[in-house]
Ligand binder design. Structure first.
Ligand code: F6R
Length: 261
C-alpha cells in the first residue's frame, strides 16, 4: 500500500485526478469504479474542469461502475447514486449514460441484483481503477463493520452511524434509506488498482485503523492492506492519527520519478 500524505483537500483532488487521467490516457477504454459521497467531489470537479479546458483525455471509451446504490428511493431520485454520478461526473464529461452502471435497486430485481452486477463487471473485463472513500466507522463502499471480507455485491443494512452521516443529503436521518446494494469487499479487491481518498479530521481514526490497524471485518477498509496495488491519498487532517506519518512522507519524497502511483 502506498500512503500519500498531502496537505489539503485540493491537493488530494489534484493528485487523484492525475491518477485517473493518467489511466484514461494510457487506456482510453478503461473501466472505472466510482465512489459517490462528498469526498470525491473535488476530484470529479477537477476532472470536469480539465475536460472543459480541453486538457483532459477523451472520455467516450470509458465505462464506469458505481460502488453502491440506495434501495427504496423513487426512480430518478436526485440522491440515487446513479443520478448523483451522472450529475457530478459522467454527464459533464460527456460519457454516454449507457456506459454508466450501478447496481439495480428496483424492488422486483432485488433478489438477483448482486449476481447481475457481478456479471456486468466481469463482462466489462473487471475494474481497472476503483475510487474509494471511507466511512467514519471504517466502512468501505457500504460494507459496514462485520461484513465478510470475501463478500460479493449484495444487499446490506446501513448502520445508524452511516445513516446519520448521510442525513445531510436527505434532510433528516429518517429519510436515509435503511437498505443499500453494495459491491462486496471481495468485489472491490478484484479491481486492479484501488485509490482511497480521505479528507478531514472526521476520517482520521478510520484512516489510522485501515492503514495501521489489523486486517479485520471490524474495519472493512483495512482490506486495502491485502491488495497488491492500493494507493491512499490523505490530507493533513485525515492523516493526523497515523503513527508512521513521518515515514510515509519520507517514502513519498524519495519516490523514484519513474514510479507511477
Ligand atoms: C459512497 C461510498 C461510501 C462513502 C463513505 C464516505 O459510494 O461507497 O463508502 O465513500 O461513506 O462518504 P463521504 O465521502 O461522504 O464522507
Amino acid at each position: 500500500m502506498e500512503l500519500v500524505p498531502l496537505t489539503s483537500p485540493e491537493e488530494v483532488a489534484r493528485v487523484a485526478a492525475d491518477i485517473v487521467e493518467e489511466l484514461v490516457l494510457r487506456r482510453p477504454d478503461a473501466v472505472l469504479g466510482l465512489a459517490t459521497g462528498s469526498t470525491p467531489l473535488p476530484t470529479y470537479r477537477a476532472l470536469i474542469r480539465r475536460h472543459e479546458q480541453g486538457s483532459g483525455p477523451a472520455w467516450d471509451g470509458v465505462r464506469t461502475f458505481n460502488l453502491d446504490e440506495y434501495v427504496g428511493l423513487p426512480a430518478g431520485h436526485e440522491q440515487s447514486y446513479l443520478a448523483t454520478i451522472r450529475r457530478e461526473l459522467t454527464d459533464p464529461l460527456g460519457i454516454d449514460p449507457a456506459r454508466v452502471h450501478g447496481p439495480d435497486p428496483s424492488q422486483a430485481g432485488l433478489p438477483t441484483a448482486g449476481e447481475r452486477y457481478e456479471a456486468e463487471i466481469a463482462a466489462a473485463g473487471g475494474v481497472d481503477l476503483q475510487v474509494l472513500g471511507i466511512g467514519t466507522n471504517g466502512h468501505l463502499a457500504f460494507n459496514e463493520q462485520g461484513s465478510s471480507l470475501g463478500s460479493p455485491t449484495r444487499i446490506k443494512t446501513l448502520t445508524a452511524q452511516t445513516r446519520s452521516d448521510n442525513a445531510r443529503f436527505f434532510g433528516s436521518f429518517e429519510a436515509v434509506p435503511l437498505h443499500v446494494l453494495t459491491q462486496g469487499i471481495g468485489t472491490i479487491l478484484r479491481a486492479r488498482h484501488l485509490v482511497l481518498i480521505a479528507t478531514g479530521a472526521a476520517k482520521a481514526d478510520a484512516v489510522a485503523a485501515a492503514v495501521e490497524g489489523p486486517v479485520s471485518a471490524s474495519c472493512p477498509a483495512s482490506v486495502l492492506q491485502l491488495h497488491p496495488h492500493a494507493t491512499v491519498l490523505v490530507d493533513a487532517a485525515a492523516a493526523s492519527g497515523l503513527e508512521r506519518l513521518d515515514y510515509y512522507a519520507e517514502v513519498y519524497a524519495a519516490k523514484p520519478s519513474w514510479q507511477r502511483h
